[in-house]
Write a protein that binds this ligand. Structure first.
Ligand SMILES: [Mg+2]
Length: 117
């Protein structure tokens, strides 16, 4: 499913429940932060080795993927809210591709490999 399709599906979900009135940039930003904290909780105080072991358990992996989904869902809800407020259409694929292009110019492969990061 393309980003635009998911965005529309989420807008329908939110509209059907009359949640649009709660979906403003400030509250959606806070919601993304809270979901990021829930994701971070999975990794808190764990070494890289113990994270690898943690990810080997299906229940843990599912919990992590669920938090990532929450972050993505709220991010797309944020785009829907910004579209509604600004009256401008936002193409999810385009903003991601534009950012990847910008990052590829900011961090050229050769330069990054030379520096070691
Ligand atoms: Mg969550």
């Amino acid at each position: 499913m393309e980003g635009q399709d998911i965005k529309k599906r989420l807008l329908d979900f939110v509209t059907q429940r009359d949640w649009v009135r709660y979906h403003n940039p400030k509250d959606l930003t806070l919601a993304i932060f809270i979901e990021m904290a829930e994701l971070a909780e999975h990794f808190l105080w764990k070494s890289n080795d113990s994270i690898e072991e943690y990810l080997g358990h299906e229940q843990n992996m599912n919990g992590i993927l669920e938090e990532i989904a929450d972050i993505l869902i709220y991010s797309l809800n944020m785009i829907n809210a910004i579209e509604r407020i600004s009256g401008k259409s936002i193409d999810v694929r385009k903003i991601i591709e534009d950012k990847i292009l910008k990052n590829s110019k900011k961090y050229p492969v050769d330069e990054c490999r030379k520096k070691g990061f």
